[in-house]
Every structure is written in C-alpha cells, then in structure tokens.
Write a protein that binds this ligand. Structure first.
Ligand code: B12
Ligand SMILES: C[S@@+](CC[C@H](N)C(=O)[O-])C[C@H]1O[C@@H](n2cnc3c(N)ncnc32)[C@H](O)[C@@H]1O
Ligand code: SF4
Length: 488
C-alpha cells in the first residue's frame, strides 16, 4: 500500500514560518509508520502558487494508491482542483481529504473516488489505508461499517459525526500517538529531506472554551499527548537542529497545570528552541508568568478579541481581572507578547473598537498588537449569524472569502473604516514600540497620540495607503508608516 500525504504551503508566509510541511501531514504519516511499518508513506509538499495540474502530475509520479489532501479554508479550491485532475486521469487512486473543512463541504460535485474525513484523522486514515490494501477497488461506495466519520458523496456521514462529537463515552483524553516527530522512521518518508530549522508543533488539541468565532474544535473538549511522548519529540527536535517552533495548541498545554508542565519540559529538554505559543489570560498566575519569563519564548500570542461589553458573551468571555493583573506584568518582565483583537465582531462599532485598542495600548503595553478581520468559519455560531436578519446581531459576509463586510451595528462604510483604523493604529503602535525598545523614543507611546495621527492620515484618503490598511496587510501598513516618516 502506497500513500502520498500532501502539504500545501504559502511562500508569502515563508519569512514568518519557514517550513514546507504541515503538522497534520506529519502526524498522519507518523501514525501509519507506527502501526503499518510495511506501508509505503511519501510526505510531499507544494507551494500554493503552483498550478493544480503541476502538483497533481508530480503527486502521481510517485504512483500512490491513496493521495491525502488538506481540507482547510485556504486550501479548499486548490485541493478540489488537484483532486479533479487525479480523478480524471487515475481512477484506481483514491483521494482522501481531511481537516476542519470537509464537514461543511457540499460534496456532491466530488466523485465517489474521493473520501472525506471529519475530525481527527489518524485512526480514520489508517482504516482507509487498510481497506485499500485489502481491496484494490475500494472507494467511496464501500464505507458501510466504517467506525469513523469517513464519508463520500454516496455515503451519509451525519450519524457517525454526531457520535464522535457527542456523548461522554467518546471523550478523548490522550491523542493517538504515531512514531515521534523528527525521528528517523518519519524522516525517511520525505521526498526531500527538510533542511529547515523551523517546525509547527503541538502537545494538545481541542479547547476547554467555546468562543463563537473559532473553528478549531475538531474534538469534544481537549486531549493531549503523553509527557513521555512529548519528551521524546523534544529530544528529537534538539538533535535534528530545530531551533524555532510554533506550538499549535489552542492554548499552551490545554489546561493551566499542563501548560506549566509543558514549559518545564521545554526548559529541561530543549532550552535552545525558541517558542511561539497561544495563551489565554485566564491560564496565567504568578508561577506561569515566572515560567514564561524564565523560558525561551520568542512570542506569546494572547487573544483578547474585544473589550466592548456590547459584543455578545458567546463571542468571548474575558476575565478582565486577569487581563489587568497579568498582562502588564508580562510587559514589565520584557516578555515579547502579542495582543490579538478581531475587527468586525457583532455588536462592535468604531468607538467600541477604538476603546479596545486604547485599553491594550495604554494599559497593557504589549510588544505586538494585531487586529484580524472577522471570518465566518463554517459550523460556528458566528457563521449562523450571517444573513440572519431576525437576529439583533446579524452579519453580512463576502461569499467568497467569508470575511464580514457589515453587521447590525456597522454598515459597509463603517466596517471599512474600522478595518482601516485598526490596521493603521496597530501597525503604527508596533513601529513606535520598536523605536521605544531601541531607546530612540523619548516620550511615552499613548493611544491619544496614535489616534490623532491615524485619524489625520485616514482623513487624507490616499488610495494606495488606505488599501494596505483596508486589507489588513500589516507588512504593507508598516511600509506606509515608513513612507510617512515614522522610523523605528
Ligand atoms: C498552523 C495554523 C495555520 C498556519 C498554517 C500552516 C500550515 N500550512 O500548516 C497559518 C499561520 C498559515 C494559518 C493561516 C490561517 N488560518 Co490557521 N490555523 C493553524 C492552527 C493554529 C493549527 C493547525 C494544525 O496544524 N493543527 C494541528 C493538526 C495536527 O490538527 P488539524 O489541523 O486539525 O489536523 C487533524 C485533523 O483535522 C485531520 N486532518 C487534517 N488534514 C487532513 C488531511 C487528511 C487527508 C486526513 C485524513 C485528515 C486530516 O487530521 C489531523 C490529525 O488528527 C489551527 C488551529 C488549531 N489549533 O488547529 C488554525 C486554523 C486551521 N486556521 C484557521 C484559519 C481561519 C486561518 C486563516 C484563514 C485566518 C485568516 N483569516 O487569515 C489563515 C489562512 C491562511 C491563508 N493562506 O490564507 C481555522 C480554520 C478553519 C477552517 N475551517 O479551515 C483554524 C481551525 C483556527 C480557527 N480560527 O478556528 N493557520
Ligand atoms: C488560532 S486562534 C487561538 C487563540 C487563543 N486560543 C485565544 O483564544 O486567545 C488565534 C487568533 O486568531 C484570531 N481568530 C480566530 N478565529 C478567527 C476568525 N474567525 N476571524 C478572525 N480572526 C480569528 C483571534 O484573534 C485569535 O486570537
Ligand atoms: S479562540 Fe482560543 S480560547 Fe476561544 S475557543 Fe478558540 S482556541 Fe479556545
């Protein structure tokens, strides 16, 4: 049995995340390697800009019986086009598409040569590989008796999916472990042995919170890898020269105590690896702050999303006390942390957004601040508010990008102003902060001054500059401020 597991990466993000391999592909490959060492696993990676035909031909040149393709919002169109090509030229190869998107696919246009996996992929993918090994003609018509949420256009998935996400009996505690990442058994599967020193990583999946804009929840609650397994992977990483990782755990460690334990493991087994990880203020206490400040964090990404009380609580239930106590403490201890906000939330207005930004700048003083354009992710409550004009919090989304373009509290013009304002204010703050950290800025950075400059620049209406702000292109926004003479 031969399978080619495909990663799609984006060159535009290479500066920040210089790797071709996605974590889901590594995990799927590692699982097959552990339980079916006799199966032939190929890990391939393609830049998103390449044509689907070029990618498909290259995949087929490895002569796979199964091709595993990623199903994320940003890969859907490319994945579909690659699958279409393969379906046309190689009917005995089956395509498997998994990830957070497939449950929302209108899968009718796909052929029954394509199977979809909802939720976690390891066990389901192994089951598919086994079926193909047993029966060369296996395809989407032969899914009867499958114990996992695998589906095709001719097979109804709903029951299995509900079973997986439903009752307590299905509560997952430990994640399925394959061979450890960065081990020789996995490395030999790469088409080209990666020479990269950056990698995505995870110790946990799923989250104990339920913020209504967030689409990561492929599990009922959260589950972790065992500490022993994490230790093996940390040792492998250090040995193979990884010096920077981004930990995808929705919140580092999944729970407060485990988050601390994971940091201790990093400090003990891989102190040289620079970390980026997500955190929520609710997890922080004095001990956690000490561990972060004493470790090797390149960036801690902390979601705040909004401080506007008019935004419904299902969006975000922030613990203001923790925010006020621990986030300034991180700043004082020079922890490079990033405040994350969202522009376009239901109930928010330009003044609500300005107040959220004011609070972050004047009271929290992070190293970085980003506000992201709200995207309606399928199967979230936010998505259900799109076009629900009966709701006091209705939203309108761009049908293609699923980004929010108007809401019950901000018409299209106000939404555009909010986008321009938030990008301009956040990017200017970061530029000034860099200058301050270099000791080249005498006066303190205040929201009042940022608000004054941003309002003045926005009122000039220079089209090109406004575009960088409107598109929330932080790189271009930074260049705009450079042009206006704001040197770091
Ligand atoms: C890393 C990451 C990124 C990286 C992607 C890097 C890469 N190429 O891998 C970057 C920073 C580029 C990124 C960007 C974005 N991301 Co992102 N990202 C993540 C993150 C934090 C981790 C993904 C991950 O690797 N998880 C660990 C793996 C092991 O889990 P997994 O992905 O769920 O995979 C498992 C299963 O889904 C399944 N599976 C996955 N693929 C396949 C394939 C097959 C064949 C099979 C069988 C199974 C299978 O099996 C895996 C193992 O069990 C997730 C949140 C999260 N914690 O999961 C968001 C997430 C995937 N991103 C999300 C979003 C919305 C975005 C953006 C659109 C945000 C924005 N508005 O700009 C952008 C789009 C990028 C673009 N190019 O336009 C959403 C996705 C929603 C969706 N339905 O697709 C998520 C879930 C976060 C959220 N907000 O809810 N992202
Ligand atoms: C992967 S999420 C994890 C956040 C982290 N668990 C937290 O809650 O603080 C990272 C960031 O992406 C942004 N984000 C997540 N979903 C989004 C969406 N649907 N639209 C826009 N931004 C989103 C939020 O700002 C969030 O803090
Ligand atoms: S936004 Fe963060 S805290 Fe909220 S559900 Fe998603 S991962 Fe969990």
């Amino acid at each position: 049995m031969k399978t080619n597991i495909v990663s799609l990466y984006d060159n535009k993000r290479w500066d920040q995340y210089p790797t071709t391999q996605s974590l889901h592909a590594l995990r799927l490959g590692a699982y097959i390697r552990k339980y079916r060492p006799g199966y032939d696993v190929v890990l391939s990676a393609y830049e998103m800009g390449q044509s689907p035909e070029t990618i498909a031909k290259d995949i087929l040149s490895t002569d796979p019986q199964i091709v595993a393709l990623p199903g994320y919002m940003w890969t859907t169109a490319k994945t579909r086009a690659i699958a279409e090509y393969i379906e046309r030229v190689r009917q005995d190869t089956i395509i498997v598409c998994g990830g957070p998107e497939p449950t929302s696919f209108k899968f009718l246009p796909w052929s029954d040569q394509t199977l979809f996996v909802a939720g976690q992929g390891e066990e389901a993918f192994l089951w598919i590989c086994d079926q193909k090994e047993k029966q060369a003609s296996f395809n989407g018509q032969n899914l009867g008796g499958c114990p996992y949420p695998v589906f095709s256009k001719v097979f109804d998935t709903t029951d299995i999916r509900n079973k997986q996400l439903g009752g307590k009996e299905n509560k997952v505690i430990y994640l399925p472990e394959g061979v450890p990442l960065f081990s020789d058994e996995l490395t030999e599967c790469f088409v080209e042995k990666p020479s990269e020193s950056f990698s995505w990583y995870e110790t946990t999946r799923g989250c104990i919170y339920t913020c209504s804009f967030c689409g990561h929840n492929t599990l009922p609650r959260f589950a972790t890898f065992s500490d022993d397994f994490v230790i093996q992977e940390l040792q492998n990483m250090s040995r193979t020269g990884i010096d920077h990782i981004f930990i995808n755990d929705p919140i580092l460690g999944g729970k407060q105590e485990r988050g601390k334990r994971v940091l201790r493991l990093f400090n003990q087994y891989a102190p040289g690896i620079a970390l980026q990880s997500y955190m929520r203020p609710e997890f922080l206490d004095d001990e956690f702050v000490d561990l972060i400040a004493g470790g090797n964090h390149k960036e801690v990404l902390i979601g705040i999303q909004t401080l506007n009380p008019d935004v419904p609580q299902h969006v975000r239930n922030n613990n203001l006390e923790k925010i006020r106590k621990y986030l300034p403490m991180l700043s004082e201890r020079n922890v490079p942390w990033r405040a994350e906000l969202i522009t376009g939330l239901p109930g928010d207005t330009i003044n609500g957004l300005r107040e959220s930004i004011r609070f972050v700048i004047d009271e929290l003083r992070p190293a970085f601040i980003y506000s992201y354009h709200l995207t309606a992710i399928p199967e979230t409550k936010i998505d259900s508010l799109v076009d629900d004009y009966q709701s006091p919090h209705w939203l309108k989304a761009d049908p293609k990008s699923r980004r929010i373009i108007a809401s019950s509290t901000a018409n299209e013009e106000s939404m555009a102003t909010m986008l321009m304002y938030s990008t301009a204010a956040c990017s200017l703050y970061m530029r000034l902060k860099q200058k301050q950290d270099r000791g080249a800025l005498q006066q303190p950075i205040t929201f009042a001054e940022i608000d004054r400059v941003v309002s003045e620049v926005l009122s000039l209406g220079q089209t090109e500059d406004m575009q960088s702000f409107l598109k929330q292109d932080y790189g271009a926004a930074d260049r705009t401020w450079k042009k206006y003479g704001y040197e770091p």
